[in-house]
Write a protein that binds this ligand. Structure first.
Ligand SMILES: CC(C)(COP(=O)(O)OP(=O)(O)OC[C@H]1O[C@@H](n2cnc3c(N)ncnc32)[C@H](O)[C@@H]1OP(=O)(O)O)[C@@H](O)C(=O)NCCC(=O)NCCS
Length: 143
C-alpha cells in the first residue's frame, strides 16, 4: 500500500508491465485509469537494485506511456517524493513536468496513514514532501 495525496492506495493499480532479464523479473510499472478515462496515474515504477542503471526503468516508463496513449489517455500523472533524485531525473529526462508540490505531505502521511515510511531517503535527504509530475500525451497518429 502506498500513501499519496492523503490516502492509501494499492500501488499495483489496475494494469502494468513486468521487465524480465534471462527469465527473472527485475522490474515493474503499474497504473490506473481515472474514472473519466482521459487521465491515468502511474502508481509504481520499480527496478531491482542490482538491475538499475541499464535503461530498464526508462523502458518500463516508455512502455506504460505508449499503452496509455494507445488507450486514449491525454494526461498521465504520478507522485514522487522530495528525496527521490533518481526518479526526478528519470521522469524529467523523459519529458515529464513538475505539476504540484505538497510540502509536508509525507510527514503527514507518516503520522496518519503509514508510520513505516522511513524518515530518510537513500541520499540522507529527509523524506517530507510530495511532488506531482505530469505528461501530456498526444493522440497516436492514425494508421
Ligand atoms: C527510479 C528507478 C525505477 C530507475 O530505474 P533504472 O532501471 O535504474 O532506470 P534507468 O536505467 O532507465 O535510468 C537510470 C540511469 O541509468 C542510465 N542508463 C540507462 N541505460 C544505461 C546503460 N545501458 N548503461 C549505463 N547507464 C544507463 C540512464 O541514462 C539513467 O542515468 P541518467 O539519469 O544519468 O540518464 C529505480 O532507481 C528504482 O526502482 N528506484 C526505487 C523505486 C523508485 O524510487 N521508483 C520511483 C518512485 S516514483
Amino acid at each position: 500500500m502506498q500513501a499519496r495525496r492523503g490516502e492509501l492506495i494499492d500501488a499495483l493499480g489496475e494494469a502494468g508491465a513486468l521487465a524480465e532479464v534471462e527469465g527473472s523479473t527485475v522490474g515493474l510499472v503499474a497504473g490506473r485509469l481515472e474514472a473519466a478515462g482521459g487521465e491515468a496515474e502511474i502508481t509504481i515504477l520499480a527496478v531491482e537494485e542490482g538491475a538499475r542503471g541499464r535503461g530498464i526503468g526508462r523502458a518500463l516508463l516508455d512502455t506504460a506511456v505508449e499503452a496509455l496513449r494507445a488507450a486514449g489517455v491525454r494526461r498521465a500523472w504520478l507522485v514522487t517524493t522530495n528525496d527521490n533524485l533518481t526518479a526526478l531525473r528519470l521522469y524529467q529526462r523523459a519529458g515529464w513536468r513538475l505539476a504540484a508540490l505538497r510540502p509536508g505531505a509525507v510527514d503527514e502521511a507518516r503520522r496518519t496513514l503509514k508510520p513505516s515510511i522511513p524518515a530518510l531517503g537513500d541520499d540522507g535527504i529527509p523524506i517530507r514532501d510530495e511532488l506531482e509530475l505530469e505528461l501530456v500525451l498526444e493522440p497516436p497518429l492514425p494508421a
